[in-house]
Design a protein around this ligand. Structure first.
Ligand code: FE2
Ligand code: FE2
Length: 467
């Protein structure tokens, strides 16, 4: 069999594919909090991770193949400009249509043409990378086309121009790998939600079930309460990826994986809530952990690495660490109550969260140049900042909504009275030392959590303690 592509042509094809995958990730991640449709958000997060993984694999393959003295291929500037222009469009449906009806078919065609031209012996490794991915692309296209149909996406003059730009990719000036991505085009200070969801008023207390362990609706509300953090973390993590193209590829992979995991968790908790009779629109939706954690006015420059550090410290190493403690506690309790459908899902969530904390700890250390004392100090200041922010929000709410506050306080009283009547729970929520250590917390970081009063290590011997 003869070779139909020169070595350089084959490298250029791989480079072009890697770029399309990487820039698909970029647009999908940047748009995540701006997409109003929740299903679209979840799909965007999953696909962003799939594209990110494939981009990284292709980059590795190109690096492996260019160890010989072959020239490092470069990319047509027109493709890069086309992807940036799509990211800059103001309408979510148009962006979705562009991604799934124009860019993805272009990428699919590139896969087909390249696979048909590869040599089974010379290109064995590349074939192994491309062939399995055709099915992934087909599945993504089917999903995307269904979403575009659902939202009534149509062809616009811009989309026609995008199509022409991508079709003309074999001619024109070229750009280097370091110019692949563009600086973030916007700031997104609030996570968008669909109109049918009622948003909680900032500063309002969360609705807490009187019995979250055995009452069916109470379990449903407890599952519903866990949904919000999954969505907002998916959105914040997606923006971390989008807003920091200067960070290493491994960071982008970690952020893309985390966003995709959070999307899976959101689906799991929504399914569980529904199984216990609670729909997503039955209660208000909370976006504090996106809106409140996105920016730190007067403390961090917008889009700076310090802002990224604070986001990772607060969401990744404070909140998600507490999630490790809470998940273990929930697993123990629900196991005892034989709620196997919940326990099984919580196990998946716990292992994923362990990875998220591990990644956050890794990247905060990276951003502090390995200076552990600075990690500790920055975390302390960031936590105090968020604490003050929450207090101010609550104070404002109390001034503006006295009737609602009175209602909240009477609900709290009923809750406390109901809890006092019940026998004490057989488990308590302690620091989940095993998973916290697996994630990489240093002892001094565990002490920091204890000093804040956020948790206690479990007693050395729980049996003796009980006696
Ligand atoms: Fe999660
Ligand atoms: Fe997480």
């Amino acid at each position: 069999m003869t070779l139909t592509l020169t070595f350089h042509q084959m490298l250029n094809r791989l480079e072009e594919m890697a770029h399309l995958h990487r820039s698909m990730t970029q647009v999908l991640a940047g748009w995540n909090p701006k997409m109003p449709d929740l299903k679209v958000k979840l799909g965007c997060a999953r696909h962003a991770y799939e594209h990110m993984q494939q981009a990284a694999k292709l980059e590795q393959q190109i690096a492996a193949l260019t160890r010989t003295n072959a020239a490092i291929p470069d990319l047509l500037a027109v493709t890069r400009a086309a992807m940036q222009s799509l990211d800059a469009r103001p309408c979510p449906t148009e962006v979705l249509t562009g991604l799934y009806k124009i860019v993805l078919p272009t990428l699919t065609q590139l896969y087909r043409d390249t696979l048909a031209a590869l040599h089974p012996t010379c290109d064995f490794g590349t074939l192994g990378l491309l062939q399995p991915y055709e099915g992934v692309l087909a599945e993504q296209r089917m999903w995307g086309e269904a979403m575009v149909r659902h939202h009534g996406g149509t062809t616009t003059p811009y989309l026609q121009a995008l199509q022409s730009a991508l079709e003309s990719r074999y001619v024109g000036p070229r750009c280097q790998r370091q110019e692949w991505l563009w600086a973030p085009l916007d700031r997104v200070s609030e996570a968008v939600r669909p109109d049918f969801l009622k948003r909680a008023i900032p500063g309002a207390m969360r609705l807490t079930p009187v019995d979250r362990w055995e009452d069916l609706k109470g379990i449903g509300l407890a599952m519903h309460n866990q949904l919000h953090g999954e969505y907002t973390t998916m959105e914040l993590t997606s923006r971390n990826l989008y807003e920091h193209p200067e960070m290493p590829t491994k960071f982008h992979l970690d952020m893309a994986r985390q966003a995709a995991d959070e999307a899976r968790h959101a689906i799991m908790f929504e399914e569980l809530a529904e199984a216990y009779g609670v729909r997503i629109d039955d209660y208000p939706t909370y976006t504090l952990t996106y809106d409140g954690y996105y920016a730190y006015p007067e403390m961090c420059e917008p889009n700076s690495q310090k802002e990224l550090l604070w986001r990772l410290l607060i969401r990744g190493t404070v909140d998600e660490g507490l999630a490790l403690d809470d998940l273990l506690f929930q697993i123990n309790m629900r196991q005892l109550l034989q709620q196997d459908d919940i326990v099984a899902r919580l196990h998946y969530v716990l292992v994923d969260e362990t990875f998220h904390v591990q990644a956050a700890l890794h990247w905060v250390r990276y951003l502090c140049a390995g200076d552990q004392a600075r990690v500790m100090d920055e975390r302390e200041v960031a936590r105090q900042y968020v604490d003050t922010l929450l207090r101010k929000r609550r104070h404002l709410y109390e001034q503006m909504y006295p009737d609602e506050v009175a209602q909240e306080l009477s609900t709290q009283q009923r809750l406390r009275a109901a809890i006092a009547k019940r026998p004490p729970l057989p488990f308590e929520r302690y620091l989940n030392i095993e998973h916290r250590k697996l994630s990489g917390y240093a002892d001094e970081e565990l002490d920091q959590v204890v000093q804040w009063g956020y948790g206690q290590p479990p007693p050395a011997n729980p049996v003796e303690e009980a006696v």
